[in-house]
Design a protein around this ligand. Structure first.
Ligand SMILES: [Zn+2]
Length: 262
Protein backbone atom coordinates (compact mmCIF):
# COMPACT_ATOMS: atom_id res chain seq x y z
CA UNK A 1 0.00 0.00 0.00
CA UNK A 2 1.20 3.47 -0.78
CA UNK A 3 1.66 5.65 2.23
CA UNK A 4 1.51 9.30 3.13
CA UNK A 5 -0.64 10.54 0.33
CA UNK A 6 -3.67 12.72 0.11
CA UNK A 7 -5.85 12.00 -2.89
CA UNK A 8 -8.35 14.67 -3.80
CA UNK A 9 -11.65 14.16 -5.54
CA UNK A 10 -13.24 15.99 -8.39
CA UNK A 11 -15.01 19.31 -8.13
CA UNK A 12 -17.15 18.70 -11.19
CA UNK A 13 -20.67 17.95 -9.99
CA UNK A 14 -19.80 19.40 -6.62
CA UNK A 15 -16.90 17.52 -5.25
CA UNK A 16 -13.50 19.02 -4.52
CA UNK A 17 -14.80 19.05 -1.04
CA UNK A 18 -13.39 15.66 -0.18
CA UNK A 19 -10.18 13.63 -0.20
CA UNK A 20 -8.63 10.46 1.11
CA UNK A 21 -5.55 10.03 3.30
CA UNK A 22 -3.17 7.08 2.88
CA UNK A 23 -5.64 5.30 0.56
CA UNK A 24 -7.93 4.42 3.45
CA UNK A 25 -9.34 7.36 5.42
CA UNK A 26 -11.98 9.29 3.52
CA UNK A 27 -12.47 12.91 4.59
CA UNK A 28 -15.94 14.14 3.63
CA UNK A 29 -17.85 12.58 0.78
CA UNK A 30 -18.77 15.28 -1.72
CA UNK A 31 -22.37 15.86 -2.67
CA UNK A 32 -23.14 13.28 -5.31
CA UNK A 33 -22.84 9.72 -6.53
CA UNK A 34 -19.54 10.78 -8.14
CA UNK A 35 -17.77 9.82 -4.94
CA UNK A 36 -18.25 6.13 -5.77
CA UNK A 37 -16.77 6.55 -9.24
CA UNK A 38 -13.95 8.84 -8.14
CA UNK A 39 -12.67 6.56 -5.38
CA UNK A 40 -12.24 3.89 -8.05
CA UNK A 41 -10.68 6.39 -10.47
CA UNK A 42 -7.78 7.02 -8.10
CA UNK A 43 -7.25 3.26 -7.88
CA UNK A 44 -8.77 2.57 -4.47
CA UNK A 45 -11.07 -0.36 -3.81
CA UNK A 46 -14.40 0.46 -2.14
CA UNK A 47 -13.97 -2.70 -0.05
CA UNK A 48 -10.97 -1.01 1.61
CA UNK A 49 -12.94 1.99 2.86
CA UNK A 50 -13.69 1.46 6.55
CA UNK A 51 -13.11 4.91 7.99
CA UNK A 52 -14.79 8.19 7.05
CA UNK A 53 -14.70 11.59 8.71
CA UNK A 54 -17.54 14.03 8.04
CA UNK A 55 -16.71 17.65 8.91
CA UNK A 56 -20.22 19.14 8.88
CA UNK A 57 -23.71 18.58 7.52
CA UNK A 58 -23.67 20.66 4.33
CA UNK A 59 -24.77 19.00 1.08
CA UNK A 60 -21.36 19.18 -0.61
CA UNK A 61 -19.72 17.23 2.25
CA UNK A 62 -22.40 14.84 3.47
CA UNK A 63 -24.68 13.73 0.65
CA UNK A 64 -22.11 11.60 -1.17
CA UNK A 65 -22.11 9.38 1.92
CA UNK A 66 -25.58 8.09 1.12
CA UNK A 67 -24.59 7.04 -2.40
CA UNK A 68 -21.56 5.35 -0.94
CA UNK A 69 -23.71 3.55 1.65
CA UNK A 70 -26.00 2.39 -1.13
CA UNK A 71 -23.09 0.83 -2.99
CA UNK A 72 -21.39 -0.60 0.11
CA UNK A 73 -24.65 -2.17 1.27
CA UNK A 74 -25.03 -3.99 -2.03
CA UNK A 75 -21.47 -5.22 -1.64
CA UNK A 76 -22.05 -6.18 2.02
CA UNK A 77 -25.10 -8.16 1.04
CA UNK A 78 -23.15 -10.17 -1.50
CA UNK A 79 -20.17 -10.70 0.82
CA UNK A 80 -17.90 -8.27 -1.02
CA UNK A 81 -17.70 -5.77 1.83
CA UNK A 82 -16.89 -7.16 5.24
CA UNK A 83 -16.18 -5.59 8.62
CA UNK A 84 -17.35 -2.27 9.99
CA UNK A 85 -17.66 1.17 8.44
CA UNK A 86 -16.58 3.71 11.08
CA UNK A 87 -17.91 7.22 10.60
CA UNK A 88 -16.24 9.85 12.79
CA UNK A 89 -18.11 13.13 13.22
CA UNK A 90 -19.41 15.69 15.68
CA UNK A 91 -22.76 15.15 17.42
CA UNK A 92 -24.70 17.34 15.00
CA UNK A 93 -23.51 15.32 12.00
CA UNK A 94 -24.24 12.04 13.82
CA UNK A 95 -27.87 13.04 14.40
CA UNK A 96 -28.25 14.06 10.75
CA UNK A 97 -26.80 10.80 9.39
CA UNK A 98 -28.98 8.63 11.63
CA UNK A 99 -32.07 10.65 10.75
CA UNK A 100 -31.51 10.57 7.02
CA UNK A 101 -30.35 7.10 6.09
CA UNK A 102 -33.35 5.23 7.42
CA UNK A 103 -35.53 7.08 4.91
CA UNK A 104 -33.42 6.47 1.84
CA UNK A 105 -33.33 2.72 1.27
CA UNK A 106 -35.58 -0.34 1.39
CA UNK A 107 -35.89 -1.88 4.88
CA UNK A 108 -33.55 -4.74 4.02
CA UNK A 109 -30.80 -2.21 3.24
CA UNK A 110 -31.45 -0.21 6.42
CA UNK A 111 -31.13 -3.41 8.47
CA UNK A 112 -27.83 -4.25 6.80
CA UNK A 113 -26.47 -0.72 7.31
CA UNK A 114 -27.39 -1.02 10.99
CA UNK A 115 -25.22 -4.14 11.09
CA UNK A 116 -22.04 -2.69 9.62
CA UNK A 117 -22.16 1.07 10.38
CA UNK A 118 -20.45 2.44 13.47
CA UNK A 119 -20.98 6.15 14.08
CA UNK A 120 -18.35 7.54 16.43
CA UNK A 121 -19.04 10.98 17.88
CA UNK A 122 -15.84 12.96 18.44
CA UNK A 123 -15.42 15.92 20.76
CA UNK A 124 -13.20 18.97 20.61
CA UNK A 125 -9.61 18.00 21.43
CA UNK A 126 -10.30 14.27 21.36
CA UNK A 127 -7.52 12.06 19.97
CA UNK A 128 -8.11 8.79 18.16
CA UNK A 129 -5.85 6.39 16.30
CA UNK A 130 -7.25 5.55 12.88
CA UNK A 131 -5.33 3.15 10.62
CA UNK A 132 -2.27 3.47 12.86
CA UNK A 133 -2.18 7.26 12.65
CA UNK A 134 -3.22 9.65 15.42
CA UNK A 135 -5.85 12.30 14.73
CA UNK A 136 -6.79 15.11 17.09
CA UNK A 137 -10.22 16.50 16.28
CA UNK A 138 -10.85 20.22 16.50
CA UNK A 139 -14.04 22.24 16.81
CA UNK A 140 -13.33 25.00 14.30
CA UNK A 141 -15.67 27.42 16.08
CA UNK A 142 -17.41 28.14 12.80
CA UNK A 143 -20.26 30.56 12.40
CA UNK A 144 -22.44 28.06 10.52
CA UNK A 145 -23.31 24.42 11.35
CA UNK A 146 -20.93 22.78 13.79
CA UNK A 147 -17.72 22.30 11.79
CA UNK A 148 -14.88 20.01 12.84
CA UNK A 149 -11.39 19.57 11.44
CA UNK A 150 -8.33 17.73 12.73
CA UNK A 151 -4.58 17.69 13.02
CA UNK A 152 -2.47 14.63 12.38
CA UNK A 153 1.16 13.57 12.06
CA UNK A 154 2.28 11.20 9.29
CA UNK A 155 4.88 8.45 9.75
CA UNK A 156 7.48 10.81 8.31
CA UNK A 157 6.79 13.25 11.15
CA UNK A 158 5.10 15.76 8.84
CA UNK A 159 2.04 17.47 10.26
CA UNK A 160 -1.24 18.21 8.51
CA UNK A 161 -4.15 20.35 9.69
CA UNK A 162 -7.52 20.11 7.93
CA UNK A 163 -9.72 23.16 8.43
CA UNK A 164 -13.02 22.27 6.80
CA UNK A 165 -14.59 24.86 4.53
CA UNK A 166 -14.87 28.12 6.42
CA UNK A 167 -12.44 31.03 6.90
CA UNK A 168 -10.23 30.04 9.84
CA UNK A 169 -11.31 31.65 13.09
CA UNK A 170 -8.31 33.73 14.29
CA UNK A 171 -8.76 32.15 17.75
CA UNK A 172 -7.29 29.01 16.15
CA UNK A 173 -4.21 30.50 14.52
CA UNK A 174 -2.04 28.71 17.09
CA UNK A 175 -3.30 25.37 15.75
CA UNK A 176 -1.84 25.99 12.28
CA UNK A 177 1.32 27.83 13.33
CA UNK A 178 4.56 26.06 12.20
CA UNK A 179 2.67 23.12 10.64
CA UNK A 180 3.98 21.36 7.51
CA UNK A 181 0.69 21.15 5.62
CA UNK A 182 -2.46 23.17 6.22
CA UNK A 183 -5.59 22.62 4.19
CA UNK A 184 -7.80 25.74 3.93
CA UNK A 185 -10.69 26.57 1.61
CA UNK A 186 -10.23 29.32 -0.99
CA UNK A 187 -13.38 29.77 -2.96
CA UNK A 188 -12.15 32.07 -5.73
CA UNK A 189 -9.54 34.52 -6.94
CA UNK A 190 -9.70 38.00 -5.47
CA UNK A 191 -10.48 39.44 -8.89
CA UNK A 192 -13.56 37.17 -9.14
CA UNK A 193 -14.96 38.06 -5.73
CA UNK A 194 -17.79 40.20 -7.12
CA UNK A 195 -18.93 37.25 -9.23
CA UNK A 196 -18.83 34.57 -6.52
CA UNK A 197 -19.30 36.66 -3.36
CA UNK A 198 -17.37 34.15 -1.23
CA UNK A 199 -17.78 36.06 2.03
CA UNK A 200 -21.56 35.56 1.94
CA UNK A 201 -20.85 31.85 2.33
CA UNK A 202 -18.09 32.32 4.92
CA UNK A 203 -15.57 31.44 2.22
CA UNK A 204 -12.44 33.36 1.31
CA UNK A 205 -10.46 34.49 -1.69
CA UNK A 206 -6.96 33.21 -2.38
CA UNK A 207 -5.57 36.62 -1.46
CA UNK A 208 -7.40 36.71 1.87
CA UNK A 209 -6.25 33.25 2.99
CA UNK A 210 -2.67 33.88 1.96
CA UNK A 211 -2.45 37.30 3.60
CA UNK A 212 -4.02 36.19 6.85
CA UNK A 213 -1.95 33.00 7.25
CA UNK A 214 1.37 34.25 5.85
CA UNK A 215 3.01 35.07 9.16
CA UNK A 216 2.21 31.72 10.78
CA UNK A 217 5.17 29.82 9.28
CA UNK A 218 3.05 27.21 7.48
CA UNK A 219 5.38 25.28 5.15
CA UNK A 220 2.77 24.16 2.60
CA UNK A 221 -0.65 25.75 2.24
CA UNK A 222 -3.15 23.55 0.38
CA UNK A 223 -5.99 25.60 -1.09
CA UNK A 224 -9.08 23.54 -1.89
CA UNK A 225 -12.88 23.83 -2.07
CA UNK A 226 -12.85 26.20 -5.02
CA UNK A 227 -15.35 27.43 -7.56
CA UNK A 228 -15.56 25.55 -10.82
CA UNK A 229 -14.85 27.90 -13.69
CA UNK A 230 -11.14 27.24 -14.25
CA UNK A 231 -10.93 23.44 -14.51
CA UNK A 232 -7.75 23.42 -16.61
CA UNK A 233 -5.64 26.27 -15.30
CA UNK A 234 -6.97 26.72 -11.78
CA UNK A 235 -3.68 25.69 -10.21
CA UNK A 236 -1.70 28.21 -12.30
CA UNK A 237 -4.08 31.12 -11.68
CA UNK A 238 -4.55 30.47 -7.97
CA UNK A 239 -0.83 29.99 -7.36
CA UNK A 240 -0.05 33.19 -9.25
CA UNK A 241 -2.31 35.14 -6.92
CA UNK A 242 -1.12 33.22 -3.87
CA UNK A 243 2.57 33.92 -4.36
CA UNK A 244 1.98 37.66 -4.11
CA UNK A 245 0.75 37.23 -0.54
CA UNK A 246 2.29 34.00 0.78
CA UNK A 247 6.02 33.36 1.18
CA UNK A 248 6.06 29.54 1.47
CA UNK A 249 4.76 26.80 -0.83
CA UNK A 250 1.15 26.77 -2.04
CA UNK A 251 -0.55 23.67 -3.45
CA UNK A 252 -3.78 23.92 -5.46
CA UNK A 253 -4.95 20.39 -6.27
CA UNK A 254 -6.88 19.83 -9.47
CA UNK A 255 -9.45 17.08 -9.86
CA UNK A 256 -8.15 13.70 -8.68
CA UNK A 257 -4.67 15.04 -7.95
CA UNK A 258 -2.46 13.19 -5.50
CA UNK A 259 -0.45 15.19 -2.95
CA UNK A 260 2.58 13.43 -1.59
CA UNK A 261 3.36 14.38 2.01
CA UNK A 262 7.14 14.60 2.15
ZN1 LIG B 1 -18.45 23.06 1.45
Amino acid sequence: MRNQFIETFTKHNIGNTCFIINDNFLIDTGGSADIVKNIKLVGIKLSGIHDIFISHTHTDHLLGLFWLLKRLTGMYRSGNYTGKLNIYCNDEVAVAIKDIYKHLYPDVYVDLINEYINIIVVNDGEELTINNQKYKFIDLKASKNKLYGFETTFDSGKTLVFLGDEILNPELYDVVKDKDYVMHEAFCLDLDKEIFKPYEKKHSTVKYVCESLNKLNIKNLILYHTEDTHPNDKDVLYKEEAKQYFDNNVIVPKDLDVIEIK
